[in-house]
Design a protein around this ligand. Sequence first.
Ligand SMILES: NC(=O)c1ccc[n+]([C@@H]2O[C@H](COP(=O)([O-])OP(=O)(O)OC[C@H]3O[C@@H](n4cnc5c(N)ncnc54)[C@H](O)[C@@H]3O)[C@@H](O)[C@H]2O)c1
Length: 311
Amino acid sequence: MSRIAVTGGAGRLGRSVVRALAEAGHEVVSIDRTSAEGLPARQLDLDLLDAAATRQAFARIAPDAVVHLAAIAVPGSRPDFEIFDINTRLLWSVLEGALAAGAGALLVASSPTVIGYGAPSGWEPAYLPLDEAHPVAPWNGYATSKAAIEEIVRMAVRRDGHRARFGVFRPCYVIAPEEWAGAPTQQGHTVAERLADPALSAVALFNYLDARDAGDFVTAWLDHAEDVPNGAVFFVGAPDALVAAPTAEALATHVPETAGAAAALPGTAAVFSSARAERLLGWRARRTWRTELDAPPSRPDPLRSAEAPHA
Ligand SMILES: NC(=O)c1ccc[n+]([C@@H]2O[C@H](COP(=O)([O-])OP(=O)(O)OC[C@H]3O[C@@H](n4cnc5c(N)ncnc54)[C@H](O)[C@@H]3O)[C@@H](O)[C@H]2O)c1
């Protein structure tokens, strides 16, 4: 058992990460400026932008490892310069506090948006599925803050890699357990509404991830932090796309600039590959919208009918 500090542990992703870590037998401390009911963790109310207070808090907690999720998580929710400023300052504060307290591992949440899809002046994938080797091209303050965070982690590997392990993950669009049952998702639509109107998810190339699977990824990374390359970046997503139609067909219809590369995607495959997480950590998402959704999509799912046409 280890003592793990989770920043942003009261958030949409954090709650499931805290639960997964506690279920795996870790002692968990959530550091957040809000709290969540029923979390199996000690909860510390702290503004992580206060670097001195953060340093003191980490010194008191003395975590073996830190999972850094706290951020302004919604692109466009504040002016770009503010999101960039807050998200990068949060990482500096947590990085220096965690290292000063002797933490041996730090896993940081980035975002698939670093890739740059949806840029108003155009974007085309170099290839599909997107993997960690694909070039990044962030086009807003949020995505640029995440690209900067990834660079800060690379710096930390060079500066501190002899005494700590670092990792970055890019969680796809997180769907918390209550959202399968009809609660609104991060951008304010239910999962069923997203499936009924593919344009809603097309802007993120139909990426998604069950929050509990994200929790399992974090647990797997902590288990293997010593064995994987220091600073490794991981896409973490469901194995399929959040759309009822075959992925290549949905991309050709809703994101025509990807049509050429999309032909390489078989069936319902995700646009984002989590193969590295599977290869290095043995992690694979276990839940998909097809297994978790309480109410079926309001339009017929052509794949399901194709799979069982004469049932
Ligand atoms: N939700 C997604 O679909 C998604 C996708 C990709 C990446 N991410 C990243 O994952 C992480 C978690 O996202 P989420 O969806 O759970 O977001 P969230 O907004 O639900 O949770 C973020 C938490 O961070 C806390 N926080 C923010 N500023 C803080 C501060 N100054 N001090 C202390 N706590 C602070 C908030 O109170 C909140 O509880 C973020 O880094 C986000 O960018 C999320």
